[in-house]
Design a protein around this ligand. Structure first.
Ligand code: SAH
Length: 365
């Protein structure tokens, strides 16, 4: 078994590695990390995403963005930010579908947050046809903060490393990873009292062996934007697979950590750095983080509801009517994958965090 990056060193020094340290090395190690060196998306990669399934997805985000820009008062310049743009397909479909919105392209400055150099090349070549300024950034903290902002994050937050806490006989521990000979396994390490008290307070229904996941980098990113949105008009659309459960009624507290390779679930500890490791997104936690930082947030809705509200079914009909039967079938198939409750429709959720000046438009949904 190949153990990459600093995982071996952490194991040697401490006898274990924490889950976020493990994920960070596997995904972001500058030489061998999965998101740094591979192109994970598409048939030849490990997974497929909504924009790659159907052009309808990016077109609907185009409808959403243009509508929001108009509601913001059509600022003459604004930053259109995408976190983790993959192959640039969403942005391509978004820009193509908004080219007839007067003034939108002229006002638009695109900023991508992307760590993967190979994907940056893919994004550059796909989008060079647009006469719009494009900029790339390594992380959200380098983004400009001088203009109104529309931020899009599709399948970005699920990439970020999580911590897991497990309750055993009324006591909370952090889950960590140890190596015995050649077998990785989870072990439990102590946590401080303050954290333990807050886990108890936040999750009164958690039982023995229940697992709570917290994605600190995601909370920090939301905090960053929420603070920004206190003085510039802005919003962030988050679409991801995840859950949004009230702790008072929540029953399931299971690990959602998963690895995907070649479009199939894969053991987390196998092929480290060569399989995608993700976790479900806790939408409630993201919403709370935005609200604590004086920003507003919608509730999450299912991807199905979100796309149907934007008119995806009508757009699909229009496209089908001008297409050959085989193409029309592909369009319908793509639509089904995006919105069918047993496919992406219900598991994926959409939520918008936004500055107070947009409450007139976004509070209504
Ligand atoms: N949004 C795209 C791609 C999703 S895959 C789509 O829907 O098709 C996740 C994307 O986020 C990839 O582009 C990956 O390289 C990027 N990414 C993952 N973690 C990142 C991080 N911490 N900072 C910047 N980009 C990241």
């Amino acid at each position: 078994m190949k153990i990459i990056g600093n995982i071996r060193q952490a194991l040697d020094e401490k006898g274990h590695i924490t889950i976020p340290e493990f994920i960070s090395e596997a995904m972001y190690n500058i030489h061998e990390g999965y998101y740094i060196k591979t192109d994970p998306i598409g048939k030849t990669g490990d997974f497929i995403t909504a924009p790659e399934i159907s052009q309808l997805f990016g077109e609907m985000i185009g409808v959403y963005s243009a509508d929001l820009w108009i509601k913001m008062g059509q600022p003459k310049e604004f930053n259109l930010v995408e976190l983790g743009p993959g192959h640039g397909t969403l942005m391509d479909d978004l820009l193509r579908s908004t080219k007839n919105v007067p003034g939108f392209h002229q006002a638009c400055r695109v900023h991508f947050v992307e760590k993967n150099k190979r994907l940056i090349q893919v994004q550059k070549s796909k989008l060079s046809k647009y006469k719009i300024p494009f900029n790339w950034h390594q992380n959200v903290y380098n983004l400009p903060n001088d203009l109104p902002m529309i931020v899009i994050a599709n399948e970005f937050f699920d990439c970020l490393p999580i911590n897991q806490y497990i309750k055993i006989d009324n006591q909370w521990f952090e889950q960590a990873i140890a190596l015995n000979n050649t077998e990785f396994s989870f072990i439990q390490i102590p946590i401080n009292l303050d954290l333990s008290i807050s886990l108890d307070n936040d999750h009164p229904n958690a039982k023995s062996w229940d697992i709570i996941e917290i994605c600190y980098p995601a909370l920090e990113i939301i905090q960053h934007f929420a603070k920004l949105f206190q003085y510039i008009p802005g919003s962030m659309l988050i679409i991801d697979y995840g859950y949004d459960e009230d702790p008072k009624t929540r029953k399931n507290y299971n690990s959602t950590l998963q690895a995907i390779k070649d479009h199939k679930f894969h053991p987390i500890f196998q092929d480290i750095g060569r399989a995608d490791i993700t976790a479900h997104v806790d939408f409630l936690a993201l919403r709370q983080s935005s609200i604590i930082n004086q920003c507003l947030s919608t509730k999450s809705v299912t991807q199905r509801e979100f796309l149907l509200n934007l008119g995806i079914a009508l757009r699909a009909e229009i496209l089908k009517n001008v297409s050959q039967p085989t193409v029309a079938k592909t369009i319908q198939h793509g639509l089904d994958r995006l919105i069918a409750p047993d496919q992406m429709g219900n598991l994926f959720k959409a939520m918008i965090i936004y500055s107070k000046d947009l409450s007139e438009f976004l509070a209504k949904g």
